[in-house]
Design a protein around this ligand. Structure first.
Ligand SMILES: Cc1ncc(COP(=O)(O)O)c(C=O)c1O
Length: 473
């Protein structure tokens, strides 16, 4: 993290110390520490005959890597607080350093033969995640991302309830429909209410008419950060007896947050009662991409993964992670980075990591309040987590959609990068004439801990862009 986040509610400290020199955007101190750690790691292999893999042609190497730097310039500044568009949170320096350090070993967490230390680190890190949801026993592992993690959860659901339907909300991530297709499972999407949450009455109707095996509860939708009403869904489970899977890929870590509103908190408080959970460390957990996680409350579902391999599981009778995962080779580096991050920022209530989530939500609320107080904008529901959606004020949904695109382009010229989303007009209440069912609106994910300190700057840019794009009357 570049800067310590400002304390919530401490108005006096709102003065910003924003450095804009290009030399200040990347953290580099960790490179020296990484070098020292690499030398330390090398010591344990010093009994081997020398085999250092020196770079043969340093000139070519340098030219190539500088060429890479050149190519990488063609990116939005995802690492910078003025990038507040998609769900992108830079890896923590400790995650980056640990990941890089492990690359000199390049462990593979498929079998213990390929990644002994990193497999143990994965099991410890995943157990910490399970504990965060109150699970003392579980079975689970890291995956390439949220898609693979959800695929495994739905695959197990399908094994337990063959032929029965998967139900998710229409705001659930599209991955559920896609992976259900891959798995040959029937899926149905139920409508949402005006707050983007699964509509309970619609769910009940579906349960009355369909043979439902599993309900997917989304704990933080991708578009608007809405949290499906878990307590009511758990009540329905008593009556209808379905399996419950929580897609908390984006929102799961907010179980540690202290500043959720009452309704949202009630859902998080009962997250431990579902059957499986997906949470993505590569979203809110400060990890490089390639790190999702799926956990099952009932460890005996490991039986579905059971298989043998004529060439894999030789060196140990202990569990090899490949025996409880659909993917075979997986980056041990991901486990090492996650383990290091959780040592540095433990997953505990009131800890530094938990507070960083409070800060993200406060950033979203702070920007929401500014938008709500300004007649040039219309807002949807208040952010439940740290995503908010809004649009320029207009008479009709079609006009607001056009203005959203113009505003998006105008702020990009000013170095502020937001996102666009196509969402139901009902999310905006009755503020707009509904000449279309959806509205193209602006979407912002304020998930960097620095964002709270940058809300004033973000607003300054939005204010200037609004003067150009949006009518004041
Ligand atoms: C709620 C939710 N589920 C699943 C996914 C898919 O995750 P991934 O992109 O890591 O495959 C996302 C991605 O944004 C998400 O927000």
């Amino acid at each position: 993290m570049a800067k310590r986040p400002r304390k919530i509610g401490n108005k006096k400290k709102e003065t910003r110390r924003i450095k804009t020199e290009p030399s200040c955007v990347f953290e580099k101190d960790s490179l020296d520490i990484l070098r020292a750690a690499l030398i330390e790691l090398e010591k344990s292999f010093s009994n081997l005959p020398s085999a250092a893999n020196a770079i043969k042609d340093k000139v070519k190497f340098e030219k190539t890597i500088l060429g890479v730097a050149e190519r990488l310039k063609d990116n939005y500044p995802y690492f910078h607080p003025l990038y507040a568009g998609q769900m992108l949170k830079p890896p923590h320096p400790i995650a980056r350093a640990a990941y890089m350090l492990s690359l000199w070993i390049n462990p593979n967490n498929h079998a213990l033969d390929g990644g002994r230390a990193s497999s143990a680190m994965e099991r410890e890190a995943v157990a910490e995640i399970a504990k965060m949801f109150g699970w003392q026993t579980h079975v689970g592992h890291l995956t390439g991302g949220g898609t693979m993690a959800n695929l495994e959860a739905l695959w197990v659901a399908g094994q337990l309830n063959p032929g029965k339907k998967i139900i998710a909300s229409e705001q659930a991530h599209y991955t559920h429909s896609r992976v259900s297709g891959v798995l040959g499972l029937k899926v149905e999407l139920v409508p949402c209410d005006a707050k983007g949450r699964m509509d309970i009455e619609e769910l009940r109707k579906t349960l009355d008419h369909d043979d439902v095996g599993t309900v997917v509860v989304t704990v933080g939708t991708t578009a608007a950060g809405a949290v499906d009403p878990l307590p009511q869904i758990l009540e329905l489970r008593k009556q209808y007896g379905f399996r419950l899977h929580a897609d908390a890929a984006y929102g799961g870590y907010f179980v540690l947050a202290d500043n959720l509103d009452h309704e949202t908190k009630k859902s998080f408080d009962r997250l431990g009662e579902v059957d499986s959970i997906v949470v993505d460390p590569h979203k809110h957990g400060f990890q490089p991409y390639g790190c999702g996680c799926v956990i099952f409350r009932d460890p005996t579902v490991a039986r579905f993964y059971k298989h043998d391999s004529p060439y894999t599981y030789f060196t140990s009778k202990e569990l090899h992670l490949g025996e409880i995962s659909l993917e075979c080779s997986r980056a041990g580096a991901s486990a090492v980075a996650l383990w290091a991050t959780q040592k540095f920022l433990p997953l505990i209530r009131g800890g530094e990591f938990a507070k960083s989530l409070d800060v993200s939500r406060e950033a979203a609320l702070s920007l929401y309040r500014k938008l709500k107080a300004d007649k040039r904008f219309i807002t949807a529901f208040p952010p439940e987590l740290d995503i908010l959606v809004w649009a320029p004020a207009a008479r009709k949904a079609s006009e607001a959609s056009e203005l959203s695109r113009a505003f998006f382009n105008e702020i990009a010229k000013r170095n502020l990068h937001l996102a666009l989303a196509e969402l139901p007009v009902k999310f905006f209440g009755t503020q707009l004439e509904r000449d279309r069912e959806t509205i193209t609106c602006l979407r912002s994910v304020l998930m960097k801990p620095e964002h709270l300190n940058w809300v004033d700057k973000i607003w300054e840019i939005m204010d200037a862009a609004a003067d150009v794009v949006i009518r004041k009357d």
